[in-house]
Design a protein around this ligand. Structure first.
Ligand code: MN
Length: 200
């Protein structure tokens, strides 16, 4: 049975960029709901209980038709949010150093250019979804976006950085101003964690 992971910081730690009330509702209500529903689906499918979360998402296309959508939505929701909380840190922001910093500069023609491209992917995701920096199956950094709780894992991509652009992630503070939410979010990006995903 999956359980809601604790946040690595208090709800108000990312103020003023991400507000405390949004963080609390996002974590205790939205994330919890994906976990509750995932556990409900798995209760009826004991054969899937021994699979790891990332395995379920990689296997998604091979699952029986009836559970593809509920597993995709809820395992995806749990996986994406678990990563997202760790992607942020009150002492975050700035530019990445290390291997990731070097690769971003090389592959995107500079950090500023990367930031513009990632922001565009997050901004242009119609409706709900996520923007991602991934290592694609060819071993190259790539910016993509997924709709709803879609996972980059099912296409063989390894997540390095992600941003939740569902309205529930920003509406209380930013209302319809997704661009402003994204611009502010760069101040709390945990590049150390992103770097650790690259080297893992
Ligand atoms: Mn969310």
């Amino acid at each position: 049975m999956y359980e809601l992971p604790k946040l690595p910081y208090p709800y108000d730690a990312l103020e003023p960029y991400v507000d405390a009330l949004t963080m609390e509702i996002h974590h205790t209500k939205h994330h919890q709901t994906y976990i509750t529903k995932l556990n409900d689906v798995l209760k009826a499918h004991p054969e899937l209980q021994e699979k790891r979360l990332d395995e379920l998402l990689m296997l998604l296309e091979d699952l029986p038709e009836g559970i593809k959508a509920p597993i995709g939505n809820n395992a995806g929701g749990h996986y994406n949010h678990t990563l997202f909380w760790q992607m942020m840190d009150p002492k975050g922001g700035g530019e990445p150093d290390g291997k990731l910093g070097k690769m971003i500069k090389q592959e995107f023609d500079g950090f500023q250019n990367f930031k513009i491209n990632f922001t565009q992917a997050a901004l242009n995701r119609f409706g709900s979804g996520w923007a991602w920096l991934v290592v694609n199956p060819r071993g190259v950094l790539e910016i993509i976006s997924t709709p709803n709780q879609g996972s980059p894992l099912k296409d063989g991509n390894i997540p390095i950085l992600t941003l939740d652009v569902w309205e529930h992630a920003y509406y209380l503070k930013y209302q319809n101003r997704r661009q402003e939410y994204i611009d502010n979010w760069w101040n709390v990006v945990n590049w150390e964690f992103a770097n650790s995903l690259l080297t893992a």
